[in-house]
Write a protein that binds this ligand. Structure first.
Ligand code: NAP
Length: 309
């Protein structure tokens, strides 16, 4: 049995692992993919302190991983399918596709992050991987010299539109309002980029094509006018949903499934904590994820000393 099991090796989970190891606890970090979390799919992270020129998300993710390894956190690269959290001994159940394995820990930290939300329009699933993508840095390369559209008006939509403009012939951004949610610096860079065109007050109605996406049908929400566009790719960036498949029974979450914690990252279940994007919070960024990971040990140390509240 380890002291602390951390589910997810993104910035929050990896930071928590460093703090836990430095406090002298044994740590197992579970990860189903590459360490680094969603930050690793960001082209350039410009707002994480210490990197005035910005740092590639994948490089920052690897630095977090190396940092956790330097403090001898141990890693299990298996998908976690279930967490059992009632009682003093917590269980982490993984399944690699052929067999289930069970690990025991005194404390669980849920750091499973979030995944891109679907738009929910006809044929979205059919064309996923055939023109529809949720990650510019992962798939942009396939659309070199092509015409693509981006759906959304937040930080990810605007920053990935800028990234895609480096390699695509044109990038058309459809946003449902006439004002972007993205940070001003990114907005200015996008407006100044002559490969990027913004189409306001517009939602995507449906996606069409044969094997591969070729047509995007949009509707202007103010005039009701429908329009058919030709695109080779459609990048959807309309926010995120928490990764909740392994949540333990009885865990308190909000109406969107984000884990409710107190300011020390404690959930309603004694000995169970949540950090990073999976937690109900107002700002989901690398810096705030790292902050959560740095805070969580304060209550865990109290839990080890005194037991449940
Ligand atoms: P977000 O900030 O929630 O923005 C989602 C965008 O998609 C919004 O513009 C929203 O429109 C639009 N949208 C949502 N549902 C839609 C629908 N059904 N149809 C059409 N449009 C829809 O999400 P995000 O951009 O993915 O970012 C996620 C989090 O990561 C945010 O907290 C963000 O600040 C953070 N992040 C920060 C940075 C940075 O600091 N540089 C970089 C990347 C990500 P409305 O605006 O009308 O609501």
């Amino acid at each position: 049995m380890v002291d602390v099991a951390i589910i997810g090796a993104g910035p929050a989970g990896l930071t928590a692992s460093v703090y836990a190891r430095r406090a002298g606890y044994s740590v197992l970090v579970f990860e189903m993919g590459m360490p680094g979390g969603q930050a690793s799919t960001t082209d350039l992270v410009e707002n994480f302190p210490g990197y005035p020129q910005g740092i590639a998300g994948a490089e920052l993710g690897m630095k977090f991983y190396e940092h956790a390894q330097a403090f001898e956190a141990e890693f299990v690269f298996e998908p976690v399918v279930r967490l059992e959290a009632q009682g003093d001994v917590k269980k982490v159940i993984t399944n690699n596709g052929t067999e289930e394995k069970e690990y025991e820990a005194k404390v669980l930290i849920i750091a499973t992050g979030a995944h891109p939300r679907k738009l929910g329009v006809p044929n979205e699933d059919k064309f996923r991987g055939h023109g529809v993508s949720y990650c510019g840095t992962c798939d942009g390369f396939f659309f070199r010299g092509k015409d693509v559209c981006v759906v959304g008006g937040g930080d990810v939509a605007v920053e990935d539109a800028i990234y895609l403009a480096n390699m695509c012939n044109s990038v058309t951004v459809f946003h449902r309002r006439d004002e972007l949610r993205a940070n001003k610096r990114s907005q200015e860079a996008a407006f100044a980029n002559d490969k990027i065109t913004f189409v306001w007050d517009t939602v995507v109605e449906r996606l069409d094509g044969d094997e591969q996406l070729s047509t995007v049908v949009t509707k202007n929400v103010k005039t009701g006018e429908e329009k058919e566009w030709h695109f080779d790719g459609c990048f959807i960036f309309v926010g995120y949903d928490p990764n909740k498949d392994a949540y333990p029974e009885g865990l308190k979450v909000d109406d969107r499934g984000y884990v409710i914690t107190d300011e020390r990252m404690a959930t309603n279940i004694p000995g169970v904590y949540a950090v990073g994007d999976v937690r109900q919070k107002i700002v989901r960024q690398v810096a705030t994820a790292v902050g959560d990971g740095g805070i969580v040990m304060t209550d865990i140390e109290r839990y080890f000393r005194e037991g449940a509240h």
